[in-house]
Design a protein around this ligand. Structure first.
Ligand code: ARG
Length: 577
């Protein structure tokens, strides 16, 4: 049980026996704000009706009752109707031994809920860019956090593998490619296909008829023309190889793959169903629409006059398939905020079709990432390529780490591993520490600063602790032997224990808000607090052996918790650096 729950129970008992209040909504506790003394704070205002006393008198009466009846509660103070409660060092000592013996600390009990997180969802006509990086990192992290909150999680990717944009790349390759393949040119498959997408747009300036030719190709594709299908399979295959390499390097993965080419037909069927039920209507030109004006939105096209489907059509089919095949309790779409309207409409249409599960759809809408040079362009050719950015981060991490002597004494392959870990850790942490909804500026240099609120700072703290523990083991200390609680704790030790014991609540709050930034802030606070402790107190050189044993155990728990928090952000931490 987490600390807050333990205390809430004690407070509820007191409030009930003093004032007969049993409504849990009236008993609200929160963590005590930093500027006050205490661990948890009770807001007494909702209780005044029952106590018939002033706020301060009510708070004092509850405080006295709590101290008298709970050996774990040490003291209280009252400030302007807020009751600040402090728990005893013995309580915290017990909490510490409980949490440090839990090998899966922070893991919530199973909720029985099955949740799908869709993320990434690229188009196959070009490589991934900086926007996809934020998307992939958020999606992966939110999925890991939701698992930690006790849910069964399916990570899903929806690949837009069909449509006019892919035909443009295909046509340009056919006309100008001269048989180029990833093997022949050494170009990564997604980059190769992206190159022909750019080429198409360049050639179009000289020859406007290319648009018609691309459309003709799309019609051939929809008709199942064998040669077109063959080319489409080949070029998409190159793109998937390229995407897979990027996903692997980023450390993200998927449990389910969906392809728009396989879901758009089901979408069309759902549109037909809506037509026959009178939920949609057909215009004179044959196109099909859904009228959302009474919901304050506009009219939405669902099938074009020529019978071809639109973006929304496949999303109807995809959602239907997911809920029926997977028995989901929730479906979270990690998609940029430029698609807010699309998802609002998607939910509404599904509801109109009578699917109650539409309420279980949540659009995790995130803001754009900008680079210091200015806005990330969405025009082809000027986007910040994901692979280039990752490579630049790793090489920057290599230079910075070498400069600071953090690679000294490591073998070449160890140094390369550290550079990879630090470069990616910097990128991931910098992006995930920002609330998803906010637009953000990614600053590569600032993200690698070993002294700032960065991934590398936290990674370094982990490595430092692990090295202390290695030294202890080398000097013959048995780190697995039970360490008896010391007679007294340093204030810094109590602070560390309290922070550690917050982890399960932090995980739940990150899950409720779909916000990895909550985990990032926790990992940073913990690392910073530990560094202060490490700076002020000796660990290995502590002469009191019981105190030393405890300090080592506390350090080990801090390292394990940092590692676990960082893994929820998809960030690995080094053993040495
Ligand atoms: N492929 C789309 C794009 O690149 C994003 C798809 C988002 N997911 C969805 N279910 N609509 O803009």
């Amino acid at each position: 049980m987490n600390t807050e729950k333990i205390l809430l129970r004690a407070v509820s008992d007191s409030v009930n026996s003093l004032y007969g209040v049993s409504d849990p909504a009236l008993v609200q506790i929160q963590k005590t704000r930093k500027e006050f003394t205490g661990d948890y704070t009770l807001v007494v205002f909702p209780l005044l009706k029952s106590s018939r006393l002033s706020p301060d008198a009510t708070a004092s009466a509850i405080g006295e009752h709590l101290v008298a009846h709970n050996p774990d509660i040490e003291s209280f103070n009252v400030i302007k109707g807020f009751l600040n409660i402090s728990l005893t060092p013995a309580f915290w000592a017990a909490r510490f031994s409980e949490l440090s013996s839990d090998s899966d600390f922070g893991q919530a009990a199973r909720t029985g809920r099955r949740v799908m997180v869709e993320y990434s969802s690229p188009n196959t006509n070009k490589p991934l860019h900086l926007g996809h990086i934020r998307n992939n990192l958020l999606g992966f992290s939110v999925a890991e956090i939701l698992k930690k909150c006790g849910n069964e999680v399916l990570k899903a990717n929806l690949v837009n593998d069909r449509g006019i944009h892919i035909c443009k790349s295909m046509l340009a390759w056919q006309l100008f490619g001269d048989g180029e393949t990833p093997q022949s040119s050494g170009l990564k498959g997604d980059h190769l296909v992206g190159k022909y997408y750019v080429r198409f747009n360049d050639e179009l300036k000289k020859d406007p008829s290319l648009t018609d030719r691309a459309q003709q190709m799309l019609r051939l594709w929809e008709a199942g023309d064998p040669a077109t299908t063959e080319l489409w399979l080949t070029m998409n295959g190159w793109v998937y190889d390229g995407f897979d390499a990027t996903y692997k390097r980023l450390g993200v993965d998927f449990d389910r793959m969906y392809y728009e080419s396989q879901t758009y037909l089901l979408g069309k069927a759902l549109v037909e169903e809506g037509l026959s039920k009178g939920i949609f209507y057909r215009r004179d030109d044959g196109s099909v629409w859904c009228d959302l004006t009474s919901d304050g939105l506009d009219e939405k096209l669902l099938l074009r006059a020529d019978g071809t489907s639109v973006y929304m059509t496949q999303d109807l089919g995809t959602a239907y398939r997911r809920f029926t095949d997977e028995k989901l309790d929730a479906l979270i779409y990690v998609v940029g905020n430029e698609q807010n309207y699309h998802f609002q409409v998607l939910k509404l249409i599904l509801k109109k079709l009578g699917y109650s599960w539409a309420d279980a759809i949540f659009h995790l809408s995130y803001g754009m990432v900008e680079l210091p040079e200015g806005k990330m362009k969405s025009r082809e050719g000027t986007v910040v390529d994901a692979d280039d950015l990752i490579e630049a981060m790793v090489s920057e991490a290599r230079d910075m780490s070498a400069e600071l002597g953090k690679l000294d004494g490591l073998s070449a392959s160890e140094a390369a591993d550290i550079a990879e870990m630090v470069g990616l850790g910097a990128l991931k942490y910098f992006i995930l520490k920002v609330d998803p909804r906010k637009t953000m500026l990614f600053d590569p240099r600032e993200s690698i600063d070993f002294n700032g609120n960065t991934g590398p700072f936290i990674q370094y703290t982990h490595a430092r602790i692990r090295s202390v523990l290695r030294k202890a083991a080398d000097s013959g200390v048995d780190l697995t032997a039970p360490a008896p609680a010391p007679a007294t704790y340093l204030p810094a030790e109590l602070e560390l224990i309290k922070t550690l014991s917050d982890f399960p609540e932090i995980v739940l709050s990150a899950g409720e808000n779909f916000s990895p930034s909550v985990i990032a802030a926790f990992a940073y606070d913990l690392a910073k607090m530990y560094n202060g402790y490490y700076h002020d107190h000796s660990i290995l050189r502590e002469s009191d052996l019981a105190a030393r044993a405890f300090r080592l155990r506390l350090s080990g728990q801090v390292a394990a918790t940092i590692k676990s928090a960082m893994s929820l952000l998809g960030i690995s931490v080094p053993e040495r650096m």
